[in-house]
Design a binder for this molecule. Structure first.
Ligand SMILES: Cc1cc2nc3c(=O)[nH]c(=O)nc-3n(C[C@H](O)[C@H](O)[C@H](O)COP(=O)(O)O)c2cc1C
Length: 325
């Protein structure tokens, strides 16, 4: 399949693996790259720019295909040293960066000077248009269904994607709720040039996380995620567990007076406990409603080949067949 996204990134299939904290290590990024998609190392999971440089080098040993790095601009009190992270990306010869969180505007000159293609992940048409204006090459449009931070507008992809298509000139991928060939064909029909998946890629053989995490995603239905931190305007979609239930109780007690300090036990330092140790009750970790569509743990290649075969079948047989009647 050839789309503006496959052309932009020099990949075989229009499928991107979104940045994921404590999941997006070299093993997963390389597996996605080797299967013909765009795999991404999650920059800030590497605690220093030096460690990111090593992770990029490790990924390069596992694949000769293009891969990228996710750089998430956090609403943090002490910002990570982003210029140094970008230097590690540039020096590592990486040619694709997914930015997310805040606008990447301040860092665009450095990224563009190095010939890096920038895809900014955002949750609204206005932020997508801003990304286009500041020179991003593409956007990843993250609907309300998505795992992670869906923003505060609550517009699902069935509306958000065609709205993005109406307004944008640069290509975009659909993100949030994407799992299979049906998702890909729907995304293309709504105007996207590909899709970005997070949660689906965690439940793969190569995702370097504890088996408990993969099993939890397979076991979860579309009803098992919760939205947290709404009153802090930092909404996150997470899988429900006892830590999250406690967090929601605290949110109810505190109401609009909630401060991040009140819920630190449930949100700080949770990822290593969940992803590395497999402690599934530790607290909040991102997961999409798409968990309801995930029922197995294939290899990344099996997953991507299956998606492309199903998309082909849907377009050439099911949809084309409907026109012949
Ligand atoms: C466990 C997990 C961790 C994530 N961490 C990040 C992150 O650090 N930075 C980021 O930009 N997006 C992050 N995301 C969002 C994904 O990149 C992607 O946009 C999202 O998962 C898409 O929705 P889906 O899960 O329905 O596929 C994370 C998602 C998950 C499930």
């Amino acid at each position: 399949m050839k789309t503006r996204i496959t052309e932009l990134f020099g990949i075989q299939h229009p499928i991107i693996q979104g940045g994921m904290h404590y999941v997006g290590f070299a093993e997963l990024a390389a597996a996605v790259a080797n299967a013909g998609g765009l795999g991404l190392i999650t920059g800030l999971t590497q605690k220093t720019p030096e460690l990111l440089a090593k992770e990029i080098a490790r990924c390069r040993e596992m694949t000769d295909k293009p891969f990228g790095v996710n750089l998430t601009f956090l609403p943090a009190f002490t910002a990570p040293p982003y210029p140094e992270y970008i230097a590690a990306i540039v020096e590592g010869g990486v040619k694709a960066v997914e930015t997310a969180g805040r606008s990447p505007e301040a860092y665009m000159p450095a990224l563009k000077a190095a010939g890096i293609k920038v895809i900014h992940k955002c949750t609204s048409v206005r932020h997508a248009l801003k990304a286009e204006r500041i020179g991003c090459d593409a956007v990843s449009v993250d609907g309300f269904e998505c795992g992670g931070h869906p923003g505060e507008d609550d517009v699902p992809n069935m509306i958000l994607l065609p709205r993005a298509a109406e307004e944008l000139k640069i290509p975009f991928v659909a993100s949030g709720g994407m799992a299979d060939g049906r998702s890909l064909v729907a995304a293309l029909a709504l105007g996207a040039d590909g899709m970005n998946m997070g949660t689906r890629f965690i439940a793969t053989q190569e995702a370097p996380v504890h088996a408990n995490v993969k099993n939890a995603i397979v076991a979860a239905s579309e009803l098992d995620t919760r939205l947290i931190m709404r009153s802090l305007r930092n909404t996150e979609r997470v899988i429900n567990n006892s830590g999250v239930e406690r967090l929601i109780e605290i949110e109810r007690e505190k109401g609009d007076a909630l401060k991040i300090e009140d819920i630190l036990d449930q949100v700080a330092g949770i990822y290593p406990k969940v992803m590395t140790e497999g402690d599934m009750e530790a607290g909040a970790w991102s997961c999409g409603m798409v968990a309801g569509l995930i029922n197995d743990v294939p290899t990344v290649k099996e997953l991507i080949d299956r998606i492309m075969a199903q998309a082909d079948q849907l377009i050439t047989a099911r949809l084309a067949g409907m026109l012949k009647g």
